[in-house]
Ligand binder design. Structure first.
Ligand SMILES: *[C@@H]1O[C@H](CO)[C@@H](O)[C@H](O)[C@H]1NC(C)=O
Ligand SMILES: *[C@@H]1O[C@H](CO)[C@@H](O)[C@H](O)[C@H]1NC(C)=O
Ligand SMILES: *[C@@H]1O[C@H](CO)[C@@H](O)[C@H](O)[C@H]1NC(C)=O
Ligand SMILES: *[C@@H]1O[C@H](CO)[C@@H](O)[C@H](O)[C@H]1NC(C)=O
Ligand SMILES: *[C@@H]1O[C@H](CO)[C@@H](O)[C@H](O)[C@H]1NC(C)=O
Ligand SMILES: *[C@@H]1O[C@H](CO)[C@@H](O)[C@H](O)[C@H]1NC(C)=O
Ligand SMILES: *[C@@H]1O[C@H](CO)[C@@H](O)[C@H](O)[C@H]1NC(C)=O
Ligand SMILES: *[C@@H]1O[C@H](CO)[C@@H](O)[C@H](O)[C@H]1NC(C)=O
Ligand SMILES: *[C@@H]1O[C@H](CO)[C@@H](O)[C@H](O)[C@H]1NC(C)=O
Ligand SMILES: *[C@@H]1O[C@H](CO)[C@@H](O)[C@H](O)[C@H]1NC(C)=O
Length: 427
């Protein structure tokens, strides 16, 4: 009964949803691809599902490279602002597409809107508590032809994505410099299954790490495991011993070829705590960060041990609180008594709010839209998130304890000023 309703609901959504979202920047492959460039709509925003490798890898845009000098800068230890929208015309780059030249659809009253004039279902969410996160990954190779799937490592996650056009990502402070002054990066996103048919998103772009203070390379990335709490599927607590720690590959899923994850359409993998992608900079991706990482499994009771910071030579401890790059194992371990208590703060991933409300799509969209365009309401929603995040972490003796306030300050520490400043940098 419930299942039938869900299927009906999904089918309805599938029919209604027309728009999607991607990152936009001149450093992208496919920056100028329009609806008519391919024999199918292969704009950067078009979703990728059941595609052959050549169709989904770099969105099938490898023959549409950026100009060599258009490189997205990633200053180590700082935040970058990206633009993520349903349409190039909703970005600062609206005038760089010949057919649409000059036609901006940015809503002057709501310039942060991902899909101006559209309901939020256009970017596959039912509200801020239903966003699942997106990610930036990097390959330390300068020639895109040399980049293989396992060369990518997710270095930054924004768990409240896709939600605003301007979306910030924190760059880990220990990112080493790129070979030949250039790396290959990509944007990845998988949305909630309750707001449109399932899809995966990938857009490649040229990038370069600046302000490096470390030469320690990124570790070989591994496939991320589903270890977080999953209340909708009856898994109340996270299983910390089942997590992938350290460098993780993007979630290659839902294509006809070359998937590394095989979850069904109703239980997609996400860039959030469910797969141990913490919000913000992925600070534990570097070689030597952990002294040891036990083989993860549902029954693993040991957690990784952090290397003594000074032993990872060359790793400049940039900020004053050098240990701020400590990882957090996924929250509580449910495994038997001997499991080391996890030190994770009760960082609320949007995914862990298991409740799904069954409001009508219309009212949900309208209410959520209102919430989004009203900044004061939005910040109070954030404050609620923060209040939950600020709850004292369990007094565990896990591998690392993060200062309780850090999530809070990360979330609160954004402002329009910062946003404008850094977006200008990349125009
Ligand atoms: C994209 O189109 C704009 C406008 O026609 C042009 O100036 C720019 O060079 C193009 N970029 C690429 C990578 O082809
Ligand atoms: C990139 O690699 C391809 C394939 O190996 C090669 O043909 C091409 O010349 C390389 N490009 C550069 C700029 O080195
Ligand atoms: C995610 O992006 C939003 C919007 O730009 C920003 O306020 C927030 O700080 C970002 N989160 C992280 C963890 O960088
Ligand atoms: C990349 O950054 C490095 C370090 O700042 C710099 O030396 C190099 O010129 C940059 N590469 C490009 C293409 O700008
Ligand atoms: C452990 O991870 C595997 C691989 O992602 C997943 O299939 C399994 O459901 C997870 N089990 C638990 C109990 O977390
Ligand atoms: C993708 O899958 C095909 C078919 O299994 C295989 O031949 C190919 O080597 C794979 N490509 C990569 C990059 O893994
Ligand atoms: C850990 O589990 C305990 C007992 O089940 C619970 O009270 C607490 O909230 C959990 N903490 C986290 C971080 O999930
Ligand atoms: C949807 O919302 C609009 C605007 O609030 C309203 O006019 C319309 O009647 C609603 N439609 C449904 C089916 O509820
Ligand atoms: C935003 O919400 C606040 C608090 O509910 C309200 O006072 C204000 O009028 C709203 N502003 C807009 C532009 O809707
Ligand atoms: C980056 O953004 C986070 C909020 O997401 C904030 O806590 C942090 O201070 C920012 N870092 C810098 C260097 O501005």
């Amino acid at each position: 009964m419930l299942g039938t309703l869900t299927i009906l609901f999904l089918a309805l959504q599938l029919r209604l949803v027309a728009g999607h979202a991607s990152i936009w920047h001149p450093s992208m492959w496919g920056f100028n691809v329009t609806e008519s460039t391919f024999h199918y709509d292969n704009r950067p925003v078009s979703p990728l599902q059941h595609y052959s490798f050549d169709q989904w890898w770099f969105h099938g845009h490898l023959d549409y490279p950026p100009h060599p000098q258009d490189v997205f800068e990633l200053p180590a230890g700082q935040n970058v602002t990206t633009e993520i929208t349903c349409d190039k015309a909703a970005t600062s780059f609206h005038d760089t597409n010949a057919p649409d030249s000059g036609k901006s659809i940015i809503d002057p009253n709501d310039p942060d809107n991902v899909c101006p004039g559209q309901p939020i279902s256009e970017f596959h969410t039912k509200g801020l508590d239903d966003v699942k996160g997106c990610a930036l990954a990097i390959a330390y190779k300068s020639n895109v032809s040399d980049v293989a799937m396992e060369d990518f490592t997710v270095f930054s996650v924004n768990q409240t994505c896709v939600w605003t056009r301007f979306t910030d990502f924190s760059v880990p402070k220990d990112m080493p410099p790129c070979p030949d002054g250039k790396c290959i990066c990509a944007f990845f996103w998988i949305h909630s299954p309750d707001s449109g048919g399932e899809q995966n998103y990938m857009n490649g772009f040229q990038c370069n790490v600046t302000n490096s203070v470390s030469n320690v390379p990124v570790a070989q990335s591994q496939v991320a495991r589903r270890c977080g709490a999953d209340p909708l599927l009856g898994k109340v607590d996270a299983v910390a011993g089942n997590c992938t720690y350290g460098a993780k590959q993007p979630l290659y899923w839902f294509q006809a070829e070359n998937n590394t994850l095989f979850e069904g359409a109703h239980s997609p993998p996400f860039y959030n705590d469910l797969y141990n992608f913490k919000d913000g900079a992925q600070n534990d991706i570097f070689q030597g960060f952990y002294e040891s990482i036990p083989v993860p499994s549902a029954f693993q009771t040991k957690l990784p041990i952090l290397a003594v910071p000074s032993s990872s030579s060359g790793s400049g401890s940039g900020s004053g609180s050098g240990s701020s790059s400590a990882p957090e194992p996924a929250s509580n371990s449910t495994s038997s008594g001997s499991a080391p208590a996890s030190s994770a703060s009760s960082l609320p991933s949007p995914s862990s709010s298991g409740k799904k409300t069954c409001r009508s799509r219309n009212s949900t969209s309208t209410a959520a839209k209102k919430r989004r365009s009203n900044l004061s309401i939005r910040s109070s929603a954030r404050a609620a998130l923060d209040a939950r995040a600020a709850a004292p972490p369990p007094s565990g003796h896990g591998p690392a304890a993060r200062p309780a306030g850090s999530f809070m300050s990360r979330v609160l520490g954004t402002g329009r000023q910062h946003r404008q400043r850094s977006s200008q940098r990349f125009h």
